[in-house]
Ligand binder design. Sequence first.
Ligand code: COA
Length: 330
Amino acid sequence: MNPVCRIYALSAHAPHKILTNEYMAGIADTNNEWIVSRTGIRERRKLEKTQNTSDLALIAARETLQKTGMEADALTHVITATCTPDMLSPSVACILAGHLNAGQVMAFDISAACSGFLYGLSLCRSILAHEVDARILFVCAEALTRRVNWNDRSTCVLFGDAASACVLTGESADAHDSSVLEDVICKSDGALSDLITVGGGTACNYRLGDQVDERFFLAMLGRDTYRHAVRQMALVCEEILQRNALTVENVNLFVPHQANLRIIEAVGSRLHINGDRVFTNVDKYGNTSAASIPLALSEAFAAGRVRQGDRVLLAAFGAGLTWSAALLRY
Ligand SMILES: CC(C)(COP(=O)(O)OP(=O)(O)OC[C@H]1O[C@@H](n2cnc3c(N)ncnc32)[C@H](O)[C@@H]1OP(=O)(O)O)[C@@H](O)C(=O)NCCC(=O)NCCS
């Protein structure tokens, strides 16, 4: 029997500051019509100058802990998925655990870019298989506006900032506001690692006093990325449905990574899933990388789009390349 991996009290936080397409048109050679027709994005959020990724993570984490009624010192693990950490080291998870007074928990970050939520769920399921009493705070937090190249109009319009948090346990008893991870598949193709890159590591071989150049920022080959995203997300969804002897008819809601409305529609159409069973909020937030799926999922829960017993199909795609699909039962 599969170990139980129960997701409690999913919370999400997006900074209040909104960058509209009109604002973007004021700072880059772009316009609302181009952005909406190619991406479906109308606005994105930006963290304050004084904030870092861990600050967004902290807001989402506190809300989740409050919902569960759990104290931070009851946690056994703090795990963060991010490709925009405050620093290369220490991890966002350690910084967050410190702010929460979580004590001497095991704390670390994972780097799977926009697939971070599903990669993290897979990892948490494995932890819970060996440590059934584990209580894992799993946070996805990103500040992509700190790493987009504002001189590159083909990418700077696409990304935004957000965080999400949930607590994962191995409890089998049903609980209010929780869902069970039925299955998850995670894949990658490192041969395509050049398609999307976010700088800041040792490949940025600067010396003190050097000016940063474009290697420091996010770069993407958009057309190739688009092609792989549509193909791999559709294939991994078909695979997870098949290995669970399910069809799209057994899926009540599809919540894909919110990168681009055209990618979402193309995947939906390959899967033959009706648009009314596909959740999107990319218009409001743009691509928030690891935070994108849990941000969409928490809005879907809040909007009553998922009822008790419903099955939700999740699909992710991101730098690495990484991609993934998961099935949740609410
Ligand atoms: C980025 C993306 C929207 C670009 O759309 P596209 O139709 O492929 O557009 P292209 O890159 O071919 O560019 C077409 C034209 O629009 C221009 N353009 C690019 N960005 C623009 C912008 N923000 N505003 C106006 N024009 C823009 C290009 O310069 C190009 O002009 P040209 O024909 O004069 O050279 C698209 O490739 C995409 O969605 N890719 C996937 C991105 C993604 O979601 N990645 C994250 C995965 S996790």
